[in-house]
Design a protein around this ligand. Structure first.
Ligand code: 4NP
Length: 160
């Protein structure tokens, strides 16, 4: 399974979701069965590491995001990934609008896909204070745990 998390800048919410999903997948030994990546609908930060406030807050929780680099969503993503999981409704509407003909990836809100409520969004922390980044961490960590638990339930051991 291939999952792409999408937000606006690919420096706050989606790289955090990429890092947390990878971390929780590793905890249950599914890191080789599920591919995770992230991208932004906007290109302003392409090539940059995640926002320093996101990096600092994740590090407080023991998660290292420093190696990630921002990239922009591209048309190949609509074929390469099974799911494009969006941080908020505006990201989801951009993702839908840009879908190329013959796109195979499905689209959803990340929190909704994780079972955290219909229409649930990850608020953009970019103009907020430290508490906004911590709130995003709490939401995304809960979502990542729920998604990985569901995938682990459905995935038989390789030698079964
Ligand atoms: P993200 O946050 O979409 O969670 O990465 C943002 C990052 C940058 C900007 C907006 C939101 N920006 O306007 O540059």
């Amino acid at each position: 399974m291939r999952l792409l998390v999408v937000c606006l800048g690919n420096i706050c919410r989606s790289p955090l979701a990429e890092g947390l999903l990878r971390h929780h997948l590793e905890q249950v030994g599914l890191e080789d069965r599920v591919e995770v990546d992230s991208a932004g609908t906007g290109g302003w930060h392409v090539g940059e590491p995640p926002d320093r406030r996101t990096v600092r807050n994740a590090a407080r929780h023991g998660l290292d995001l420093q190696g990630l680099r921002a990239r922009k969503l591209c048309s190949a993503d609509y074929h390469r990934f099974d799911w494009l999981l969006c941080a908020d409704a505006s990201n989801l509407s951009d993702v839908r609008r840009r879908a190329p003909a013959g796109a195979t990836a499905r689209h959803a809100l990340l929190l909704e896909w994780a079972g955290m409520g219909q229409g649930a969004e990850i608020p953009d922390p970019y103009t907020g204070g430290p508490e906004a980044f911590e709130h995003v961490f709490t939401l995304v960590d809960a979502a990542a745990r729920r998604i990985v638990a569901r995938l682990a339930d459905r995935t038989l051991p390789v030698d079964a």
